[in-house]
Design a protein around this ligand. Structure first.
Ligand SMILES: [Zn+2]
Length: 727
């Protein structure tokens, strides 16, 4: 049997592993033997006792020698326990918990997902071409980035209900759109026709938008009520669904949407998949191949959790057992956020104000490269041999002799990304794959400091940023020696002014000194680093300007996810007006035009000519309505959602328009989008307009000198409209 591995999962009823192979034309289902061995460590008496326990329960047991600790290479006597056939590790966990409670027992290899283990142990990967006869054999040839792909059949699925505002599970089914074709009729006939179409098209992948939270569970429920046997997957049964839940991570509430995976067919909820948004199917396949996490499960994962999967594989391949870890969480979504918030990476205060002809240089994948070059890993830190690196500032010693596990995981990713970057063939799917690799590299740093990760180490995390700071300082010093002026430097970027001809020389010198690759990104015609309002120094990651001909903004209203669409456009429009200035004084000539724009916007808002949809705030709630003491906008919005039977949990988003900012009534302060707001609080939004405008114009000193007074005067126009206008 030959084909690409599409999907796999344990079938506990039959005690086998189900593997779906995608052949040239159709899909084949294989049922494979698989007996996942696990291990127990204890003292002599404990080992006897636990051997006895498992012998009685029909497991086969053996004393073996294994490495149990990534910090040491020592092997020790340990009990291996193998079931008669594939068993549900969740059944096993009760025993594990029971014995772990006795302290003297440690369990290994019990909490690694079985699909991933099966792939690792058979040395195959998802979406690779394989042959199955007596064993598994990879049929892949050639370079590892030019792999063959199956011709996957994709279909989209969307459910429409007989309700005007939003979909609820009790609504009647109106129509299903499958693969672009609309199916209408009564519920039973829609469901039956959907079944027929599924059978005819036989898609490998079903794409939905929000399918995990609505379409799939809704259809399954409707099928049950109407007595139709719906075959969304390639088997009649479903995986047990997981309900939505929320949890806290670094002080933020994160909502984890429900999960309705199908069997033998891949459901991707495009609305709830970060990796799909970034990399589409090609990116998901790339990530699935490198992490050995099946694509359906992977689609709802964060890049960081894939790093975890790769670390587990690395440790297993290097002969280590994986200790059972309580409270492990793979839902690490905040690493990107952490990276940005991490002041640990910052060194230079930006030179506040307006600058022209600024050169931008970036270190390519700085943190992963540091991990790789300086061998940073939990088990290489604190080495006792005398061949080591010394971490700047912190003085930790890092072994040079023994290659660390994290560098071993990161190095091939860096190499792979370089291969894709170096390709002359700029095919879109190469770019998608490369993008997913970029995210994996970005998150591998944050993951080292994540306390619920399997191989975390705060010392490694600190060491990476310490190296980062040193390297950025070194690069800036080299630049200054070569007569460049340093305008700003943060984490892995430098902004310089100086002779462009000398850049190649600078890059080379930095590479020699730091081992890391500094790259030329481009030129800003002009760039502004605004003052931080609170302490007067430069705001760290706030700037805007014209970079390589395009307007670029960082950290401003236009870039914040909760800024209403209308104001994002306002900021961009103002910057467009300034796009071709070549010195700060030029701004003065634009004064009248700028005022015209601002006045036009103000009038538009006052006259209620703006579509309320463009004024809506989309925010994530962190508490429940009753947990807010005062009538905030959020409390008002949450209360309304509750009142219309659509309660939002912490971590879920709410969208609303401010209708009367000074009201303390939950029904009047804001209106959630589901309540279809028609009006808005004009003075509130005019105030908001000024804040948005000020953010980009305030740094221009001469503009303030000349027009400051007039500019402030316009504010007076924002007098309150009469109450009667509002409702
Ligand atoms: Zn050493």
């Amino acid at each position: 049997m030959k084909g690409w591995i599409l999907d796999l999962y344990p079938d506990f009823d039959k005690g086998k592993m189900t593997v779906w192979l995608r052949g040239k034309k159709r899909c084949y289902r294989l049922k494979e033997d698989y007996k996942p061995t696990f291990y127990v460590r204890s003292d002599e008496r404990g080992l006897k006792k636990i051997k006895n326990y498992y012998d009685k329960r029909d497991f086969s047991t053996n004393f073996v020698k294994r490495k149990t600790d990534i910090y040491s290479d020592r092997e020790e006597k340990i009990l291996s326990v193998t079931p008669q056939d594939l068993f549900d590790p969740r059944d096993q966990l009760d025993a594990v918990r029971f014995f772990e409670g006795f302290e003297r027992y440690r369990f290994y290899n019990v909490d690694i997902p079985l699909d991933q283990r099966f792939l690792i142990e058979n040395e195959i990967k998802p979406f690779s071409l394989v042959k199955k006869d007596n064993g598994w054999r990879s049929l892949e040839v050639g370079s590892d980035i030019h792999y063959s792909k199956p011709q996957l059949r994709k279909a989209s699925l969307n459910v429409e209900v007989k309700s005007t505002k939003f979909r609820k599970k009790d609504d009647d089914l109106k129509a299903v759109t499958f693969n672009g074709q609309e199916i209408v009729g009564d519920e039973t006939s829609i469901l039956k026709e959907l079944n027929d179409m599924l059978e005819k098209k036989d898609p490998d992948i079903i794409l939905t938008s929000g399918g995990n939270s609505f379409d799939i569970p809704y259809l399954v429920r409707k099928a049950g009520l109407n007595g139709v046997e719906l075959k969304l997957g390639r088997e009649k049964t479903f995986h047990p669904p997981r309900k939505g839940s929320w949890y806290e991570s670094y002080g933020k509430v994160i909502y984890k949407p429900p999960f309705y995976p199908l069997k033998g067919r891949i459901h991707i909820d495009t609305k709830n998949s970060f990796l799909y948004r970034e990399g589409k199917i090609d990116g998901l396949i790339e990530a699935s191949r490198i992490s050995k996490v099946p694509i359906q499960r992977l689609s709802r994962r964060s890049p960081g959790s894939l790093i975890n999967a790769m670390e587990v594989e690395r440790a297993l391949k290097d002969g280590y057992l994986i200790p059972w870890k309580k409270n492990i969480s793979e839902d690490f979504k905040d690493s990107i956020h952490l990276l940005r918030a991490d002041r640990g990476g910052h060194i230079f205060e930006p030179k506040v104000g307006f600058h022209t002809d600024v050169i931008k240089l970036d270190f390519a994948s700085m943190y992963p490269s540091i991990i790789n070059e300086y061998n940073l890993s939990p088990e290489t830190l604190g080495c006792s041999c005398n061949d080591h690196y010394e971490v700047p500032e912190l003085g930790y010693l890092v072994c040079k002799r023994r290659r660390g596990m994290i560098p071993k995981v990161v190095a091939p990713l860096i190499e792979r990304r370089q291969k894709y970057k170096g390709l002359k063939d700029k095919n879109e799917f190469f770019e998608k794959r490369s993008k997913v690799l970029k995210w994996l590299l970005v998150t591998c740093f944050g993951y080292t400091g994540y306390k619920k990760a399997r191989f975390n180490s705060i010392e490694v995390h600190e060491s990476i940023t310490a190296y980062g700071r040193e390297i950025l300082v070194e690069a800036a010093e080299i630049a200054q020696k070569m007569d460049f002026e340093v305008i700003h430097g943060i984490v892995d970027s430098l902004w310089l002014k100086g002779d462009r001809e000398k850049i190649p020389d600078l890059l080379e010198k930095v590479k020699q000194k730091t081992k890391l690759e500094l790259e030329y990104e481009g030129i800003y015609d002009w760039v502004v680093f605004p003052k931080n309002n609170s302490d007067g120094v430069g705001a760290l990651n706030h700037y805007y300007g014209v970079f390589e001909g395009d307007i670029e903004l960082k950290g401003l209203y236009a870039k914040r996810s909760d800024t209403p669409e209308y104001f994002k456009e306002v900021q961009r429009e103002i910057l467009k007006e300034l796009r071709d200035i070549s010195k700060e004084e030029d701004v003065e000539q634009r004064f009248e035009d700028l005022m015209k724009i601002i006045e036009g916007k103000r009038r538009e808002l006052m006259n209620r000519e703006v579509d309320p949809k463009k004024l809506s705030f989309t925010k994530t709630s962190s508490k429940r309505a009753e947990d807010y003491q005062h009538m905030t906008e959020m409390k008002s919005a949450l209360t309304q959602y509750e009142n219309i039977g659509y309660a939002r949990s912490p971590g879920q988003t709410v969208a609303y328009v401010v209708t009367d900012s000074e009201s303390s009534s939950a029904e009047e302060k804001v209106k959630v989008m589901e309540n279809d707001p028609q009006l808005y609080d004009t003075s509130y939004y005019v105030d908001y307009l000024y804040r948005v405008v000020e953010e980009v114009l305030a740094p221009f000193e001469n503009l303030k000198m000349r027009g400051g007074s007039r500019y402030n005067k316009t504010k007076k126009f924002s007098s309150k409209p009469s109450k009667t206008l509002k409702y």
